[in-house]
Design a protein around this ligand. Structure first.
Ligand code: G3P
Ligand code: MG
Length: 248
């Protein structure tokens, strides 16, 4: 039984706010979403921050990278005006600040661990260790009050498992290969996270039949959402929080 919400605001606020910012979390909340996905990587000084791209240029202007920039500097960088002037001054938030915001508002989190190349193990370990502190008051059995970690990086999730085995994991595979079940077993993962575009009813049935949760990204039409839910998919991220309501 899937213990988490069914519809998840991708990168916080989908298409309505600058991704992976506190304003995005606020935007999702204002649209009735009590579940978010966001991306976490490490700054130069090893602080988990929210960011999708390892290199600047898209959501943060200029040249440079997250892995070569101190967290204090990232927290001063404008991660909002690329999206709209309305969000100018919105900065790169730390993971800790976002967890604090989400927990204060009852928002459940799918924390995508997105290591910069070469920092897979460290990122998984550090995010998991910090999460132990941030969720120290939650009993291990209360899974719906804990985040769900996910990552395309097997090594990052394995490191997260070692550091915080009680925080559940979902393995991200854009298209489940023949080894999907073995990989999930190795990680003691509770779910497979996959690109809905490659999913078929038969594969969904196999995954669900094996007893795993199944989460899809990134589903942006109501028709497709209804189709995959009918296949047994448990949950999906969406950018279109304006089209697909949280209670879809
Ligand atoms: O976690 C699901 C999805 O966010 C994975 O892809 O590139 O949007 O982080 P991406
Ligand atoms: Mg993501």
């Amino acid at each position: 039984m899937w213990p988490y919400p069914k519809v998840i605001a991708h990168r916080g606020g989908g298409v309505l706010a600058p991704e992976n910012t506190l304003a995005a979390m606020q935007c999702g909340l204002e649209h009735g979403f009590a579940a978010v996905e966001f991306d976490v990587m490490l700054s130069k000084d090893g602080v988990p921050v929210l960011m999708h791209d390892p290199e600047f240029g898209r959501t943060v202007r200029g040249k440079g990278s997250v892995a070569t920039t101190l967290a204090a500097d990232l927290q001063r960088m404008d991660a909002g005006s690329w999206f709209s002037e309305k969000f100018a001054g919105e900065t790169v938030p730390t993971y800790a600040a976002v967890v604090q915001f989400c927990r204060a508002h009852g928002i459940w989190m799918n924390v995508e661990i997105k290591p910069t190349p070469g920092s897979e193990i460290e990122t998984g370990r550090v995010v998991a260790q910090l999460s132990l502190d941030l969720f120290a008051d939650v009993a291990p059995g209360e899974v719906s009050r804990l985040p769900l970690f996910s990552s395309f990086s097997f090594a990052a999730l394995a490191a997260a498992r070692q550091a915080a085995p009680q925080i559940p994991r979902g393995f991200l595979m854009s298209q489940p290969g023949s080894d999907w079940q073995q990989r999930l077993q190795e990680l003691e993962a509770v779910a497979l996270h996959t690109n809905h575009q490659h999913l078929t009813a038969a594969v969904a049935q196999q995954i669900k039949g094996a007893g795993y949760g199944l989460l899809c990204y990134t589903v942006n039409t109501r028709e497709r959402a209804a189709e995959i839910l009918a296949w047994g998919v448990d949950a999906f991220c969406t950018d279109r929080i304006d089209l697909i309501p949280a209670d879809f």
